[in-house]
Design a protein. Structure first.
Lengths: 326, 250
């Protein structure tokens, strides 16, 4: 028995979302699910897996092939299935990242078991996994149970805390995988960076989003300036994405991204129900809007009523001043 | 070329969600039902491929109760050639059960491309696409934001954190569409009239035992409204103080 955690690497680095998954796995073992916590990583070479002992793993299985440097669904599915075969886990966890969202359903289909994606709460009830996940983009939640083993869940990024333990090094063991590169009929030929150096919306600590009240794409520099000062990522409402001011990758809400940053600043966004669904789980929400009756103020912790064209530059300056003070 | 588009009927995104008396499902009272928005992008792309090649067939499939026929009819009005309704009396909550039923039907059709949306905006599971790829042993690319067809190969772009993967995929393949792939058309009056005469083939869905069980549905605790710090730029110093000292987020 074990909890098997898929360890995601990109460019030879273990991603933070996998530490979150390991931390939750360790917590679930403490809460009564069968352990130990075992990682499975698929890579071209070891991305420093021994260090994951600190993150909660007692052991990490590593499948290597030169084609595994980048995500390769066929080989990755094969490797995780081999790790399941070897460790006979009761639970398998993935990060709900772009890779995890693509890989977890393949593994579930391969094993013929149930999968709950994008979970925000995991619990052990009578030694069995029970998962809670947002549905309707966060307008509701659903609690699900599993009738077969292993139970598989993917975890929404930024929701679960990494393990703050002081465990020793994780044991890294090679995992043998039957993999035929010629059988692969989809191949990643390039990766284009679209927002180099900035956290993705789904993984950002701070998000500053702009809406239709900004009057045009040329005014989005106000939102960008505040986001830069705060060290945050730019988001957008559906209205401005549909108007072509911003790419769809920036859209927050239903038919866009559901986000849970520690600070969400909504600039000139009135707060349509689809938008509120996607950002209401943020820890702290600030709204800046000229209409004091805008729905966004009903979910905001702090609001300023007034003209974004005056308030946002003043806020950006104040944050810069604060940064300069350290 | 035969293309299959798997579509789902979902509650309109404007819906104010309420929980039904069973405590597990959406209360359907007063809900407007629409074609899942991501499936619209999938259907639009399939129609464009058919139109640019000047030949081929687009078949839409949906699994569900009798009410899904209105959504199939909408898809036919947009331009799909025919529809298959896999009938299921009770709601199916495990995506693997849906994927298996669809795969069983699709195998008999031998399409070159199976399209669907990257997720349905009701349960947000985003599972059926990659599961179909696995069950059919076909390549599958999810979150497709751009797609070009070159003979028996497609070059697609897939959204990942902070970038896009460019993927070359050999057909037959499963492709799951993201918003941004295209701008879906509205059904024309002519299309709506033509759809009335297009066939919907009804057959019972082959349903397997679920591995996932819904225990409860709940509404999130309402966020308590905060406070208006002030009006205009003069409120900024107080906001910054609150963010730093009270919320401790900057």
């Amino acid at each position: 028995m074990a909890i098997l955690v898929f360890i995601e690497q990109r460019d030879g680095q273990v991603r933070a979302v996998s530490r979150e998954a390991l931390g939750e796995a360790a917590r679930l073992v403490a809460a009564g699910l069968p352990g130990p916590v075992v990682g499975v990583c698929v890579a071209a070479s070891d991305p420093g897996l021994a260090g994951l002992g600190e993150a909660g793993a007692s052991e990490v299985l590593l499948a290597t092939h030169e084609n595994f440097a980048r995500y390769e669904p066929v080989g990755y599915t094969q490797a995780v299935a081999a790790a399941v075969e070897q460790t006979k886990p009761a639970t398998v966890l993935f990060a709900g990242s772009a890779m995890g969202r693509d890989l977890a359903p393949r593994v579930a289909a391969r094993l013929g078991v149930g999968l709950a994606t994008d979970c925000t709460v995991l619990a052990s009830e009578g030694g069995k996994l029970v998962a809670t996940r947002p549905i309707y983009a966060g307008k509701a939640t659903q609690k699900v149970g599993f009738s077969r083993s292993p139970a598989i869940a993917s975890l929404r990024p930024k929701v679960f805390a990494p393990h703050a333990g002081n465990g020793g090094a994780a044991q890294v063991k090679p995992l043998a995988v039957t993999y035929d590169p010629a059988a692969t009929r989809a191949r990643i030929v390039d990766v284009k960076a679209t927002s180099a150096g900035k956290a993705d919306l789904t993984e950002a600590e701070i998000i500053v989003s702009g809406g239709r009240g900004l009057k045009g794409p040329e005014n989005f520099h106000l939102v960008e300036g505040l986001a830069t000062a705060l060290g945050g990522t730019v988001g957008a409402s559906r209205a401005v994405v549909d108007a072509g001011w911003r790419p769809h990758a920036d859209q927050v809400g239903q038919t866009g991204k559901t986000v849970s940053p520690k600070l969400y600043v909504a600039v000139a966004i009135s707060g349509a129900i689809q938008h509120l669904a996607g950002m209401s789980s943020s820890r702290c929400i600030v709204a800046i809007n000229k209409d004091k009756d805008a729905p966004i103020f009903k979910v905001a912790d702090y609001g300023i009523v007034g003209d974004a064209f005056e308030i946002v530059p003043a806020l950006t300056e104040a944050v810069k001043k604060l940064n300069a003070q350290g | 070329m035969l293309q299959v588009v798997c579509i789902k009927q979902v509650a309109d995104t404007e819906t104010r969600v309420k929980v039904a008396a069973d405590g597990k499902m959406l209360d359907p009272a007063g809900v407007t039902w629409i074609l899942n928005p991501y499936d619209e992008f999938a259907l639009e792309q399939a129609l464009r491929i058919k139109e640019s090649s000047g030949a081929g067939e687009v078949v839409v499939i949906s699994l569900g109760g009798g009410q899904v026929q209105s959504t199939l009819r909408n898809a036919l009005a947009m331009g799909a050639d025919r529809a298959i309704h896999l009938k299921a009396d009770a709601p199916v909550s495990d995506p693997l059960v849906v994927a298996k039923a669809l795969a069983a039907e699709i195998q008999g059709l031998s399409p070159q491309i199976v399209w669907l949306g990257k997720q349905a905006v009701d349960d947000d599971q985003a599972q059926v696409g990659p599961m179909l790829g696995e069950l059919l042993s076909w390549p599958c690319v999810t979150v497709v934001a751009k797609m070009e067809l070159n003979g028996t190969q497609a070059v697609v772009e897939r959204e990942i954190e902070g970038g896009r993967e460019v993927v070359e995929v050999q057909l037959p393949a499963v492709l799951a569409a993201d918003k941004g792939l295209n701008e879906p058309r509205y059904a024309s009056l002519k299309g709506i009239m033509a759809a009335k005469k297009k066939p919907i083939d009804e057959k019972p869905a082959t349903l397997s035992e679920p591995g996932l069980e819904i225990l409860a549905m709940a509404l999130p605790a309402a966020r308590s409204a905060g406070r208006i710090v002030g009006e205009g730029a003069s409120a900024v110093p107080e906001l910054v103080r609150l963010l730093r000292e009270e919320a401790k987020v900057i």
